[in-house]
Design a protein around this ligand. Structure first.
Ligand SMILES: [Zn+2]
Length: 432
């Protein structure tokens, strides 16, 4: 680097962030606290420079503040989908595996644009945080996160994984002469050196969590190999999420102290008890029966029984969907919120589901002390609904108001993202 460039970069770094000086005041009918399962009536929330500055019943509203009337609403923290793939949208038609077609025929660029659209609809459905776990071509997920962080487009806070790392072949089964089709959907890592390199590669290109295939192939990772992922990711402060599909794989991931297990089909009472003991997150992704391309009641009942067992064993559970497909007439956000059906089928009480969709979501994303809760000092993200979600979780199906970083995104049930495009210039020059 030249000396002049170094000076320029230092100067650019020292520039103060441009912020909207105006204070926003929200008059809140009921403020829901998912952590305690309670709602407080008649609260006032002040927001300055995108952060909560006061939350109490008797706050003086400063002169010149923009006052927003939410007195008819139940206001609460934004929702979290702990497992999605915003840069993947295929049509569920098993007879022409369009999942493969998407990954082969759609460019990273078009998938990034698609991810923007999916992110916007997630926000409209109340999801202000999404953990995005791969299948994003060549880092379309990083592009989406950067665009949102820079304020170029509205969208949820993204905890993205970059490229999924797996043993030879990842989750794909290409013809021998088409071996290279695996990339960029998967990074092959079969030796300790390759594991370290793959983790570092993802971190360099913007991953905020490391996603691995624990047991997608018969030669799945050993507990020692998973431990190597955990320690290498940990150097950069990242957690490891493991796609698990066999009981043996689950036990290895648990033994290795993985952060989260993605999908639940391989998790039984034994695995749940061990996960509860070690505090390992269960990111179950249980699809509602009505979403199946070919409804399978037996499979759905097994999923629901697994949720009940995990809940009974006090496993740390996260609302998660794996919704990476298109259902005619529905947005990605609508497909995702419909997963409430699975949680209700498992007879988990509404206050618990709400806590799982908010507090637990921030924790599994490892952002709990930085973003999510409605607390003074944290970024002003919140949503509002018309009915009390502590009494009926289906209240979340009709999100009327969404605010992100203190900027109104949806009002009276209508998206109004205009202010996002006036929210300031590029917030930093390092685009990762
Ligand atoms: Zn997935």
């Amino acid at each position: 680097m030249t000396k002049r460039l170094a000076c320029f970069l230092l100067a650019a770094h020292a520039l103060p962030a441009l912020v909207n000086a105006q204070v926003t005041a929200l008059r809140v009918g009921h403020l829901v606290d998912p952590e305690t399962g309670t709602a407080s009536a008649n609260q006032i929330i002040l927001i300055d420079a995108g952060k909560f500055t006061a939350i109490a019943p008797n706050v003086a509203i400063p002169q010149g503040a923009e006052v927003i009337d939410l007195s008819q609403y139940y206001v609460m923290p934004g929702l979290v989908d702990a497992h999605n793939h915003l840069a993947l949208t295929y049509k569920m038609e098993p007879e022409n595996n369009s999942y493969y077609l998407t990954t082969v025929m759609d460019s990273t660029a078009i998938r990034a644009v698609q991810a923007v659209s999916n992110g916007i609809t997630m926000m409209s459905s109340g999801f202000t945080v999404v953990r995005d776990l791969g299948n994003s071509a060549n880092y379309a997920d990083t592009a989406l996160r950067v665009a949102i962080d820079q304020g170029w487009i509205p969208g949820p806070t993204l905890i993205n994984s970059g490229i999924i790392i797996g043993g030879f072949g990842g989750q794909f089964y290409p013809a021998p002469e088409r071996e290279t089709l695996i990339y960029p959907e998967y990074l092959n890592a079969d030796t300790p050196d390759e594991i370290v390199k793959a983790v570092r590669r993802n971190i360099l290109y913007g991953a905020k969590v490391i996603k691995i295939c624990v047991d997608c192939k018969p030669y799945g990772y050993t507990a020692d190999e998973i431990k190597l992922f955990v320690s290498e990711a940990g150097k950069a402060g990242l957690k490891v999420a493991g796609h698990v599909q066999t009981h043996a794989g689950a036990l290895k991931a648990i033994e290795a102290g993985i952060w989260s297990i993605e999908h639940s089909s391989a998790l039984d009472d034994q695995a749940h008890k061990l996960m509860a003991e070690k505090g390992i997150w269960r990111v179950g992704t249980e699809t509602p029966l009505s979403t199946y391309h070919a409804p399978d009641e037996g499979r759905f009942k097994r999923q629901v029984d697994g949720m009940k067992n995990a809940y009974g064993n006090h496993v740390r559970m996260a609302f998660s969907t794996d919704a990476d497909y298109y259902i005619p007439g529905m947005t990605r956000g609508e497909v995702v919120i419909d997963f409430l059906k699975s949680w209700k089928a498992a007879a988990i009480p509404s206050p618990e589901i709400l806590k799982i969709m908010t507090t637990n979501g921030y924790k599994v994303c490892d952002i709990y002390d930085k973003r999510g809760p409605i607390k003074v000092g944290l970024p002003a993200d919140l949503i509002a609904v018309q009915k009390n979600p502590l009494e009926d979780i289906d209240a979340l199906r009709d999100v009327r108001f969404v605010m992100k970083d203190g900027i109104v995104f949806k009002r009276d049930g209508i998206m109004t993202p205009e202010k996002f495009f006036h929210s300031g210039p590029v917030k930093g020059w390092r685009l990762r």
